[in-house]
Design a protein around this ligand. Structure first.
Ligand SMILES: *Cc1c(COP(=O)(O)O)cnc(C)c1O
Length: 381
């Protein structure tokens, strides 16, 4: 049954573990790896994804994504490979958006051929281009929206319609939006994935992953996940639960800061272009309004060239240079030196990723201070 509470209430209260013994306000932590044995079917064990803290936090994440059930993993990538390998076997085919997270792309390129699994990479956000790739052995369509680093948006309803028409499973990596800004299950997407290392954790100190889906899909995924391992340690589950209590507060502040910063950057003449779905000038602004409840804390902007971008980064005092994202602190990185360093300059430019591009993960600081920091750095380049 869907939880009718508002999203901030879900963040705080969904899946609370009640402290019956001492009546404490927070969920107790149960780190046991051995529980009173009743029978094999009911045996609790962390790798079976059925311990008290995992079940409680899974409920919170399921509620936040408007899904029946959820599972927690030791990393975003563990959630990603487990969801893929629960539904495919040798000889199957999977369609991926080509602008997915670099680690996901590596997993596909490096591992799939070992298992004789075919794939297509679609360098497009038009759903017809995905339809054109469907073959008899296609099992999954995997997308990410908004995309990294140019924040392009794909029509979730159209992807889910296409998938159900052809009996495929649709999967989305919803990390960039967090459940606060986008609930893909509302548009019929089957499996919603998160690197909880980013917004769900939110403090740049937890590595974790999560996925949410229907009860039937989760049962199928659990059958495989028990064999793959990859569950999250109870200690980190507990920390992640604590983090998610403030998810709505954090993400809403990041949304508010990001639009102000995007608007500010649009006025700076040293900036060639700004990519943020909340800007009216963004080509996917209308689609974003339809399927997102907030435009997120991720944006990118382009300076003239790599050296200028590096110099600009070095002049920043408050905003840190870091590859990860989604934390309370503002961070920034150069995609051509980080996420897209392994592909050639020509390939990057083909994707619209020029060397002067900087990807910005907007934090929860006062936006005036972030803008003042950017401004003093612009004056020095
Ligand atoms: C970081 C990230 C991942 C991978 O998550 P890990 O927790 O590092 O394993 C997957 N997708 C996106 C969009 C990410 O940003």
């Amino acid at each position: 049954m869907k939880n009718k509470n508002g999203v901030s209430t879900k963040c705080v209260h969904s899946g609370d573990l009640i402290d019956d013994r001492f009546k404490g306000a927070t969920s107790p932590l149960f780190p046991s790896t051995a529980y009173d044995f009743i029978d094999v079917e009911d045996d609790k064990y962390p790798r079976y994804f059925n311990t008290p803290n995992q079940i409680a936090l899974s409920k919170k994440i399921a509620d936040l994504e408007n899904c029946d059930s959820a599972l927690l993993f030791s990393s975003g990538i563990a959630a990603i490979y487990t969801s893929l390998f629960s539904f495919i076997k040798s000889g199957d085919h999977v369609i991926f958006q080509s602008s997915i997270y670099g680690g996901t792309l590596n997993l596909v390129i490096k591992e799939f051929k070992k298992f004789n699994i075919e794939y297509s990479l679609v360098d497009s956000f038009f759903v017809d281009d995905y339809r054109d790739q469907i073959k008899d052995n296609t099992k999954i369509i995997f997308v990410e929206s908004p995309s990294n680093p140019l924040l392009k948006v794909i029509d979730l309803k159209a992807i889910s319609n296409l998938s159900s028409k052809h009996n495929l499973i649709s999967i989305i990596d919803n990390t960039f939006s967090s459940p606060i800004n986008q609930n893909p299950a509302d548009f019929g997407i089957d499996i919603v994935l998160h690197s909880a290392t980013k917004y769900l954790g939110g403090h740049s100190d937890i590595l974790a992953g999560a996925l949410a889906s229907s009860k039937a899909n989760i049962n199928k995924i659990v059958e495989s996940s028990i064999n793959y391992g990859g569950n999250l340690s109870e200690y980190t589950v507990w920390l992640l639960e604590r983090s998610i209590k403030t998810l709505s507060l954090r993400v809403n502040k990041q949304n508010q800061n990001a639009i102000r910063i995007a608007e500010y950057l649009s006025t700076v003449n040293k900036v060639k272009s700004v990519f943020y779905p909340g800007l009216k000038s963004h080509p996917d602004h209308e689609l974003s309004k339809k399927q997102m409840s907030g435009f997120g804390g991720m944006l990118s902007f382009e300076l003239t060239d790599l050296n200028t971008a590096i110099l600009f980064t070095r002049k920043l005092k408050l905003v840190k240079s870091a590859m990860s994202l989604g934390g309370v602190e503002s961070t920034l990185c150069s995609p051509s030196l980080t996420s897209h360093s392994k592909i050639s300059k020509a390939e990057r430019e083909n994707l619209g990723i020029f060397d002067g591009l900087l990807r910005f993960s907007v934090g929860i600081e006062d936006y005036e201070d972030i803008i003042a920091d950017l401004n003093q750095a612009f004056e020095k380049i």
